[in-house]
Design a protein around this ligand. Structure first.
Ligand SMILES: NC(=O)c1ccc[n+]([C@@H]2O[C@H](COP(=O)([O-])OP(=O)(O)OC[C@H]3O[C@@H](n4cnc5c(N)ncnc54)[C@H](OP(=O)(O)O)[C@@H]3O)[C@@H](O)[C@H]2O)c1
Length: 242
């Protein structure tokens, strides 16, 4: 028997996003999983919940609005799993001299503004009468207090700003949905295209497969209460200071 809950994963074509979709659809708790990505995938076989594929580009607000409108039912869980660290061969900046305005604008558009607009259009879909969850994939390196080594200016800053967006949204959502929980999540270092150029110095025991990270993240979400809303959590449940 498959449960009646509804989940949405934005960025469903990514390493972690795809693993989250598979875990949610296979959990037996979710009757519908909306898997939204720039290139919608055909429905996967062998899952218990039904996967509905849809298109979304988080840098195009009209596509975000259309994707939310197409769901048209109360939602229990929204996960935003989009993000970039490097693109078109451009690696993260190691020094001020490497900063480029257009590259900074691009990383903020995808990592900060995109998820903010996703919250704008998907938070109103959350059910009002029960516990609901929004998890936005951020990164530990977006913590200002944890920054001991510098570098990665655009990525760090876009995630720090994303954490503030999540905090503001959590406060606002709680006014109308006191059972809702809206948090930022650090998935660990995960073997995906995003981390590929930086995996050489990562001990293999510290590099998660996407399925492992998805399992950890869903366990963290499961354990949260409304008192946790607006906070940042790592894959192991540790709270990360902003
Ligand atoms: N992997 C890690 O070690 C790690 C560590 C810390 C935090 N994170 C965070 O975890 C999240 C997921 O990363 P990942 O490792 O799964 O990376 P990934 O495999 O590269 O997936 C990133 C996803 O973002 C999507 N995306 C990029 N720009 C988009 C846009 N404009 N509109 C819609 N989707 C867009 C990509 O879509 P396409 O498939 O269409 O390209 C892809 O599905 C990111 O926020 C990342 O910062 C990852």
């Amino acid at each position: 028997m498959v449960g009646a809950l509804t989940a949405v994963v934005i960025g469903a074509g990514g390493g972690i996003g795809a693993a989250l979709v598979a875990a949610l659809a296979g959990s037996g708790e979710f009757g519908a999983v909306h898997a939204l990505s720039r290139s919608p995938a055909p429905q996967a076989d062998g899952t218990r919940g039904v996967i509905h594929s849809g298109a979304i580009d988080v840098t195009d607000e009209a596509s975000i609005a259309a994707a939310a409108a197409a769901i048209g039912q109360p939602v229990d869980l929204v996960i935003v799993a989009t993000g970039i660290l490097h693109e078109s061969g451009r690696l993260p900046e190691k020094a001020l001299k490497a900063l480029d305005g257009a590259a900074l604008a691009r990383i903020f558009a995808v990592n900060t503004i995109g998820p903010a607009l996703a919250l704008k259009h998907f938070a109103p879909l959350l059910a009002r009468d029960r516990r609901t969850l929004i998890g936005v994939l951020s990164a530990r390196v977006g913590s200002i207090s944890d920054n001991g080594s510098g570098g990665w200016y655009g990525y760090r800053a876009s995630k720090a700003a994303l954490n503030m967006i999540v905090k503001c949204a959590a406060i606002e959502i709680a006014r109308t949905r006191p059972q809702a929980i809206c948090v930022a999540l650090h998935p660990g270092t995960v073997d995906t295209p995003l981390s590929l150029p930086f995996q050489a110095n990562v001990p293999s025991a510290s590099l998660f497969r996407p399925e492992e990270s998805a399992r950890h993240l869903l366990a963290v979400l499961k354990g949260l209460s409304p008192a946790d809303t607006g906070h940042i959590f790592a894959w192991d449940g540790e709270e990360i200071r902003p």
